[in-house]
Design a protein around this ligand. Structure first.
Ligand SMILES: [Zn+2]
Length: 392
């Protein structure tokens, strides 16, 4: 039986990245299974499954050895019912005896490719960009902590709900100014205690970014207790009743804030890169410029927009030294070894970037310029430090 994993190690990724078959029969599938409830009254997920089957049908004729893989893929995705909200990712190559199947959290849409290499760009971008969000729900006497990661949410812990609650409840019966002040002080202490815990968890790398859910009138008092570091990693706050809110409601509101932040970040990255490119500074746009920058070690973040079939730009990568070329080449101009042609340029660029501490980012909200939709934000420009560049 196949082993289905949800976490892919760097070793596995590198193994998949270095895989190559001259037969061109390596199949990559990204498939988001519909929720069982969606099957009843929504047609779109079914359409996605049909699309995959059709595409697999078209592939069937092109290569003999993949027939068994095609059958197994169709069976695998046909059996899926919701898949716990996770995407099914399959890398298969019958002729080389490879079948890797993952249940990956996150949203990859639906795609299928066949060629000499596996399609790893969506997976690598998702894994690298994955952040852990602490969702802290707080009211006067309670706090709940949840962890949101790759669109999945889990209750983390319930803290601070015994002693404080009692004290505050007893003060609630009196109207005297003294007790009101005492109540406010108790609430402040409670939020301060919560903020200390949040800082502690963040310092221990339990999460990367923070979201707060509370009743709107409580927000100023909570915000006032947040340490500057917590304010720095704060994505935002949303309105909810911490005691009553169901997990689905929390997830929906928190995810909307996270998506908004992602969109903003992407926009900013795009503007930085484009203005850097326009002023011949820290931006590279287009495959030739980006390859040049990668080989000079200038790239901080590699950016691409996924392109539909037929609009892809290819690139070659040397299997020995990692040298890149924007066109098809038989032998590496640097070391003479064999060059591999990747139909999707970003697949070649990514393999060059793997293990070189270069960030990668697939742009989901903004489209990079045509024709190849590839760009990079740079750490520095090598030629800017030469006397010639300084003189210009
Ligand atoms: Zn080479």
């Amino acid at each position: 039986m196949a082993l289905v994993n949800s976490k892919i190690t760097l070793d596995e990724l590198q193994g998949l990245a270095s895989f190559w078959t001259e037969g061109g029969d390596a199949i990559s599938v990204y498939y988001k299974a519909p929720e069982p409830s969606e099957l009843a009254h929504r047609e779109e997920p079914l359409f996605a499954k049909e699309q995959i089957k059709q595409k697999l049908g078209a592939l069937k004729g092109s290569s003999q050895p993949d027939r068994a893989d095609v059958q197994r893929i169709v069976e695998t995705i046909s059996d899926l019912k919701g898949n716990g909200g996770r995407a099914k990712v399959i890398f298969a190559c019958k002729s080389k005896g490879i079948w890797r199947e993952f249940d990956a959290p996150g949203d990859f849409g639906c795609r299928i490719d066949m060629g000499s290499n596996f399609t790893l760009a969506p997976l690598i971008a998702q894994q690298q960009g994955r952040r852990r969000y602490c969702v802290a729900l707080a009211d006067r006497n309670r706090a709940r902590l949840l962890l949101l990661e790759a669109r999945e949410i889990a209750e983390h812990s319930q803290i601070l709900d015994e002693d404080d609650k009692e004290k505050i409840r007893t003060t609630g019966t009196s109207k005297s100014a003294h007790l009101e002040r005492k109540k406010e002080e108790q609430t402040r202490k409670h939020f301060s205690f919560l903020a200390e815990h949040l800082l502690h968890f963040h310092e221990h790398k339990d999460y990367d970014s923070l979201l707060v859910g509370c009743r709107e009138e409580m927000w100023p008092a909570i915000e006032a207790e947040l340490h500057p570091e917590l304010k720095r990693i704060l994505v935002g706050h949303f309105n909810c009743d911490p005691g009553m809110a169901a997990r689905e409601e929390i997830q929906k509101k928190a995810q909307a804030l996270v998506d908004g932040k992602d969109r903003e970040d992407e926009q900013r990255l795009m503007e930085r890169t484009m203005s850097g490119f326009a002023s011949n500074a820290l931006g590279a746009v287009g495959i030739h410029e980006v390859i040049d920058a990668l080989e000079k070690g200038e790239v901080r973040t590699l950016l691409w927009t996924s392109k539909p079939d037929g609009q892809q730009h290819s690139a070659s990568l040397c299997e020995n030294c990692g040298h890149l070329e924007a066109q098809e080449l038989k032998a590496c101009t640097l070391c003479g070894a064999k060059m591999r042609l990747y139909q999707n340029a970003e697949e070649a660029l990514l393999r060059h970037a793997l293990g070189r501490s270069i960030e990668v980012r697939e742009m989901h909200y903004t489209k990079l310029p045509m024709p190849d939709r590839i760009a990079a934000w740079l750490r520095f420009r090598a030629e800017m430090s030469t006397p010639q560049a300084l003189a210009s």
